[in-house]
Design a protein around this ligand. Structure first.
Ligand code: ADP
Ligand code: MG
Ligand code: MG
Length: 209
């Protein structure tokens, strides 16, 4: 497989916006159980604002900045600054490179997630998007260490993200609004872990296409 280009990154984000639309109701229902019932609408509003900005960005760094700043300014709530930071850092790490190999893209994804951790201070097991992102990064790196290209790495990362998402069900939330519920947050899937899984599934779908 050839390297991942800026055009591929644009297609990834376009696919993510479609998946958010498809799953908007479900994301909001998840958030109604342990939050304030707006995660689907927050993400849909943000991604609709992002779409018209994609074509104007020439490099991964420009793209990450355009996506990140748009999400920060249009998504009210915790997820806006967190996803915003993810894309700003991812783009910053990828720089002006128009041909990202699997290892470079993995490092850029890791930089994005590290930004989310710095900003939100969540650890694995806190019942947040980090519970989907962390196993996804591990799976990506393991795949690359085994000689995988970006297509296979993205496939492995999406599968691991979904497992991490599902494993949030029994957890007690320690970050964000869901943490206000204490023990009552257990028994529900975390909405941000669900949207983060869609982000990895969008990358898998795009690279496999
Ligand atoms: P809000 O909770 O402000 O309404 P959203 O509903 O859009 O924002 O997003 C909620 C999601 O954000 C949660 O399901 C969780 O995954 C994620 N989240 C909240 N706080 C944090 C944090 N500190 N670190 C990482 N993720 C977080
Ligand atoms: Mg919410
Ligand atoms: Mg809210």
């Amino acid at each position: 497989m050839t390297d991942v280009t800026t055009a591929d990154l644009r297609a990834w984000i376009t696919r993510f916006a479609s998946l958010i639309d498809e799953h908007q109701t479900e994301l909001t229902e998840l958030d109604s159980a342990i939050g304030d019932a707006d995660h689907g609408s927050n993400m849909a509003r943000g991604m609709h604002a992002v779409l018209p900005k994609l074509d104007g960005a020439a490099t991964p760094a420009d793209l990450g900045k355009a996506i990140g700043m748009t999400l920060v300014s249009t998504v009210g709530g915790a997820s806006g600054p967190l996803y915003g930071t993810f894309f700003l850092r991812l783009g910053g790490a990828a720089g002006a490179e128009d041909a990202l190999d699997a290892a470079t893209l993995g490092a850029a994804l890791r930089a994005g997630v590290e930004g989310v951790v710095q900003r939100g201070k969540a650890e694995p097991g806190d019942k947040t998007m980090i519970d989907a992102f962390t196993p996804a990064l591990q799976a990506w790196d393991d795949a690359v260490a085994g000689g995988a290209d970006a297509v296979s790495a993205a496939e492995a990362a999406a599968t691991a993200a979904a497992a991490g998402r599902d494993a949030t069900v029994p957890l007690v939330a320690r970050k964000g609004r869901a943490s206000y519920l204490g023990e009552r947050s257990a028994g529900h899937l975390d909405p941000g872990a669900a949207s983060a899984t869609l982000l990895l599934e969008a990358l898998r779908d795009t690279l496999a296409a």
